[in-house]
Every structure is written in structure tokens, then in C-alpha cells.
Design a binder for this molecule. Structure first.
Ligand SMILES: [Fe+2]
Length: 618
């Protein structure tokens, strides 16, 4: 037996992944256990969980692999500093002690972090190698072109290459500071969203705008070459020497200072979002065309934070040169832990890789699971009243009763997701047909008002009838955006269209029903589709099938099971706290249903405030 532990840590979204004889046994992000969103600390709890899942202890690990090379990254920081000194002193002075203390002693920190009895060898892979491995090795393809795109690793910001059988080869790399990820993050920052997590909001804002700044961007900020590589004019940016993303020249070019996060979103910001989205899509299309030309591959795999741009991915699939695309669901740095572990198994130990036509990611359901017995035991200990369904059929029927009654369900089933998205294991579910659902879910459970619709889950077998996907095409990891099909759209008369497009309140715009599933339809009719199938998620498939039988609609709203700023829930305790803190109507954990009305007398207002206050608004 060969046990490989992959780790990503110390930057953003720490995670651990355990690969035993090539099988992905477990993977999880540290934030889920520490309850600190994007927790960058050493993933002690995630490692403990992975070992527990496999029934192993530290002494059983053969290889520990860290997802990037600390020395090379240090070299980048040093050179960037030298290149920009003395104006770079502030950021460097702040980063330096941390780097000296922690990053250069990483081997020691890693050994210490894993604990007693560790005898494993310690390996460091390259950041983009880790991303590339996470994209190719679990993919369903025997061979594929590889494209990784993120902010920055050690030096690399984009890598292209090819995967064949059990080996990957990266042929070219684009280097810092020229980075599609950082370019997108600069606009995320400028439009008043949080870098490294608000990119998703910027993408959601784009459909409200027109790409009128496109030419300005490509003329001044970034030179897009025909091969998809890019060169950025650093006069406009501040991330090499400063603590912000954009500089005065950038602000001058786009007509003002960065938007204050709490201030109103103006048409200008929507147009900026549309513009940078358009530039990003164009760059990704050019890169894809180039790597297609170079490799002659029919399939493409993607990873790195930019691969979470599901609008660009959808376009790549529809208009790009590749027959099929697979995207690592944990595309960000958490997935580097998994990629690094698989890299050791296939690339370094030369173990064979078998392709079956299905991916090896197991629905990305790689985290902790709690059995019905464990859930009951916990609820009993707490004295919480609940109903235990006699059989799965009864459970499904009761949940569908609640859903058609426009109730919001906390759905806690099976193993927790690995990666940033809730995929139906730790999800809030609702009826997408309700024109009130978007606003209700936002206000009752997320405590925010949002201009974005929610994402739909749909039975895989019905997906092409509802969304612009080919029959048989799936999107099991919610990484593709596709349009709602014409026949499900609701026509909007011209007068409404005109009044609406000038309404400064985006919530009014998103809440005009554009389809028979308005809660999941964006203003441009797009939807972030997740397809659900029997093999990956049998219970959710049963739920969608019954909901379809009752309503003629095989679609539900799916959003992550958390309040705004909180990591997705992991344990029954997290879920129960969320039930008390929010106005969700029912919590369904395995075979057990807890109704909010049965526990509402237990809500302690002060305790609720304390609970909510610990999560930083995002
Ligand atoms: Fe990365």
C-alpha cells in the first residue's frame, strides 16, 4: 500500500488530500473545520480528517507532498522587490518577516504540523504542475491538452502542456506579473469586491453591463497576443510594489477611484465587469486555440482559479476548438493538494492510470460523512426534536412537500464537497419556479440582497431540454454556464425591458421573471448549471425525479449551506447552528428532518448574534 498526503497551505485556502494506491480517498479544505473562510493556516484538521477517513495514522504515510516550491516563490518575491525598490518597500517589509519566519522553514513546519511518527519523504511540486496534475489525472481522458490559469504560483501565472496516460508535460509558462488572474482580480478590486473571492460576483455583475471599456483595456492595460499570451503594462497596476491591485493611472483611465465596497454599484461598474469578462473570454479562447493547435488534442483540461470562471468555460465548450472539456472542481489552490498527491503517484512513482470514460473525482464528494445514527445521536444529546423517516422514499416525499410549499431546505447528505461550490451534499434547496425565491433565500438565509440569481441543479437526463447543453453533455461540478432554452423563457415586452434596463436597483432587474425558473435565470438568460446523476448523487437524483414528477420541473435552486461569509457547513453541529441562526424552514440530515418551527423556541437572540458576528462579510 502506498499512502500519499498532498498539502496546500500558507497562502489561501489550505487543504489536504489523501491518495492511497492511486485512489482519492479523502480531500478537504481546512476552513470547513476551523470555520474560518479561506483559512491559510497549516491544515492540521483536514489532515486529521483524511487520515481518519482512511483509518491510518501519520506513520502510515509514505510521501508527503507540498503543492508549491517555497524557495522559488521566495525568489519571485525577492526579485519583484528588487525590481520595484524602493517604492516596493512597504509590501515587502510586511511580507518579509512572515516569509523569513514561516515560508523558508516550511519543511520543518510541515513535519511538525503532521505530527508524531511521520517517517515519510517530503516532496515539493511546482505550483502549476500541481494545478495541471489536478486537472489531468482525475479527468476522464486518456490524453488531453492542459491549461492552468491563476493569479500567480511561484513565477507562473499560466501554463500549457499535455497529458498522456500517466504523465503530464508542461511546455510553456507565462510569468508574473503578466497574469490573466491578476488582471481579473484588479477589476474585482476596482469594482469594490474582495480579491480572491469576489471574482465570482464580478462575473455575476457582467450581464448587466456592456463591454464598452474593452478597447481601453486592450489598448492600455494588456496586450493580448494571438497565442493567448499577454503582456501587462505595470504602470497601471500596483500589485508588484503596493498593497492594492490598481494604481492612480488605472483610476484615471477608468474615471475614478475604486468603488467603496459598501457603496452603490453604478452602471460604470457593470460595464467594467462586462468589459473585463469579455477580455478574459477572448484571452481564454485564444489560449485554447493555441494549445489545440500545438497539441492536436481533442480534449482539454483546466485548473487554477481562473478556471472557476464558468461563463468563460461555457463559451470555451460551445465555441472553442475542443470536443470536450474537464475542469478540476477544486480549481483554486485547495485543489493543488490533490494535484500534488496524484503527481507523486503517477508522475514520480510511474504508476499506471486507467481511464474508464468517467472521471475519478467521485463527484468531488471527498469530505466527512455522518450516518443517520450519528446524526440522531448528536440531536438526542442536544435534546433536539426531529422526525426520522421510515425509508428514503418517505423522506423524499416529505422534502418535496416542503419544496412545493416554497420552503427552504438545508440539505445535508453524504460526504462534504471538496472545492468552493456546494454540489448537493451541503446545500440549501428551493423551488426555482417561485418568482420570490431569489429574494427570499437571500434575505432569509444569506442575510444579504444580491443582484445574482442562484444556480440550478437539474437531472442530467433532462439537462439538454432545459439548458443549452448538448444531449449527454453534463456539468456535474457547476463549472459551466449555459443559457435557459427558449421554450422555457418568458417574453418580456419592450416597455418593461426599457424601464428595467435603466432601473438602478439591480434586484428589481434580476427579479423580473425571464423564464419559468426565474430564481436561477440571469438577466441575459444564462444559468450556472449543475447536472445531477444517479452514480454521483443517488439521493439528490431521487429528490429531483420526485420533484419533476409532481411539478413537471426537474430543476431546483442550489446554493451553498452557509450564511454570508461563513464556510460551507461541515458537521451536524454546524448545520444545526445555521438552522437556528437563519430562517430556513427545515434541516434534512441523512434520514432525519428537523423543522425550524419545532426548534424556534431555542433561538437565543444573543447567541445568534454572536454566531453571525464571527463571519466576516464577503
Ligand atoms: Fe494557484
Amino acid at each position: 500500500m502506498t499512502v500519499i498526503l498532498g498539502i496546500s497551505a500558507f497562502y489561501h485556502d489550505s487543504a489536504a488530500a489523501l491518495v492511497v494506491d492511486g485512489d482519492i480517498v479523502a480531500a478537504a479544505q481546512e476552513e470547513r473545520f476551523t470555520r474560518k473562510k479561506h483559512d491559510p493556516s497549516f491544515p492540521t484538521l483536514a489532515i486529521d480528517y483524511c487520515l481518519r477517513e482512511a483509518g491510518l495514522s501519520p506513520k502510515d504515510i509514505d510521501h508527503v507532498v507540498f503543492y508549491e516550491k517555497p524557495m522559488r516563490k521566495f525568489e519571485r518575491l525577492l526579485e519583484t522587490y528588487v525590481g520595484y525598490a524602493p517604492s516596493g518597500f512597504k509590501s515587502f517589509a510586511m511580507a518579509m518577516p512572515v516569509w523569513l519566519r514561516e515560508k523558508l522553514s516550511q519543511p520543518k513546519a510541515i513535519r511538525r504540523g503532521i505530527g508524531d511518527g511521520l517517517r515519510a519523504s517530503l516532496v515539493f511540486t511546482d505550483h502549476h504542475e500541481s494545478h495541471a496534475a489536478s486537472a489531468f489525472f482525475p479527468s476522464p481522458f486518456e490524453e488531453a491538452a492542459i491549461l492552468t490559469l491563476d493569479g500567480v504560483g511561484e513565477w507562473g501565472t499560466t501554463a500549457v502542456g499535455v497529458g498522456r496516460g500517466n504523465k503530464i508535460t508542461l511546455t510553456r509558462e507565462l510569468q508574473f506579473p503578466h497574469s490573466l488572474g491578476l488582471l481579473y482580480s484588479a477589476f474585482t478590486y476596482y469594482c469594490g469586491f474582495k480579491v480572491n473571492s469576489g471574482e465570482y460576483k464580478l462575473m455575476g455583475l457582467a450581464p448587466y453591463g456592456r463591454p464598452i471599456y474593452r478597447d481601453l483595456i486592450t489598448k492600455h492595460l494588456v496586450d493580448l497576443k494571438p497565442d493567448g499570451s499577454l503582456w501587462m503594462d505595470m504602470q497601471y497596476f500596483n500589485y508588484c510594489e503596493g498593497l492594492t491591485m490598481t494604481g492612480p493611472k488605472f483610476h484615471e483611465l477608468f474615471g475614478g477611484e475604486p468603488r467603496n465596497p459598501e457603496s452603490k454599484i453604478e452602471q460604470r461598474h457593470m460595464d467594467l465587469a462586462a468589459s473585463i469578462q469579455s477580455v478574459t473570454e477572448e484571452a481564454m479562447m485564444a489560449m485554447a486555440r493555441d494549445v489545440h493547435r500545438e497539441t492536436g488534442m481533442r480534449n482539454l483540461v483546466l485548473a487554477g482559479g481562473v478556471a472557476l470562471n464558468c461563463v468563460a468555460n461555457g463559451r470555451l465548450l460551445r465555441e472553442g476548438p475542443f470536443d470536450d472539456i474537464w475542469i478540476q472542481p477544486a480549481a483554486g489552490d485547495a485543489g493543488g493538494a490533490l494535484g500534488a498527491a496524484l503527481f507523486v503517484w503517477h508522475q514520480l512513482l510511474d504508476k499506471p492510470r486507467v481511464t474508464t470514460g468517467r472521471d475519478h473525482q467521485k463527484g468531488s464528494l471527498l469530505g466527512p460523512r455522518y450516518t443517520t445514527a450519528e446524526v440522531c445521536e448528536w440531536l438526542d444529546d442536544m435534546g433536539v426534536p426531529y422526525h426520522r423517516a421510515a425509508d428514503p422514499r418517505e423522506l423524499i416525499e416529505q422534502v418535496v412537500d416542503l419544496l412545493v410549499d416554497e420552503k427552504i431546505i438545508g440539505w445535508f447528505q453524504g460526504r462534504m464537497e471538496f472545492g468552493p461550490r456546494a454540489l448537493g451534499a451541503r446545500s440549501f434547496l428551493g423551488d426555482p419556479r417561485s418568482p420570490r425565491m431569489q429574494a427570499t433565500m437571500n434575505l432569509k438565509i444569506k442575510f444579504r440582497e444580491s443582484f445574482r440569481p442562484f444556480a440550478p441543479i437539474v437531472l442530467e437526463s433532462e439537462a439538454s431540454r432545459w439548458f443549452g447543453l448538448e444531449p449527454g453533455q453534463s456539468s456535474p461540478y457547476m463549472l459551466l454556464v449555459a443559457p435557459v432554452r427558449d421554450e422555457h423563457r418568458v417574453p418580456i415586452d419592450e416597455a418593461t425591458e426599457i424601464t428595467m434596463s435603466s432601473d438602478p436597483d439591480l434586484r428589481n432587474r434580476v427579479n423580473i421573471p425571464r423564464s419559468v425558473i426565474p430564481a436561477v435565470t440571469h438577466v441575459d438568460y444564462s444559468a450556472r448549471v449543475q447536472t445531477v446523476d444517479e452514480e454521483r448523487n443517488p439521493r439528490l437524483t431521487a429528490l429531483l425525479t420526485e420533484f419533476d414528477r409532481r411539478t413537471g420541473c426537474p430543476v431546483l435552486v442550489n446554493t451553498s449551506f452557509n450564511v454570508r461569509g461563513e464556510p460551507i457547513v461541515c458537521s451536524p453541529e454546524d448545520a444545526y447552528r445555521c438552522l437556528l441562526a437563519t430562517e430556513m424552514d427545515a434541516l434534512v440530515m441523512e434520514d432525519v428532518i428537523v423543522l425550524k418551527k419545532d426548534v424556534s423556541d431555542r433561538v437565543d437572540a444573543a447567541e445568534r448574534e454572536r454566531h453571525l458576528a464571527q463571519f466576516q462579510l464577503d
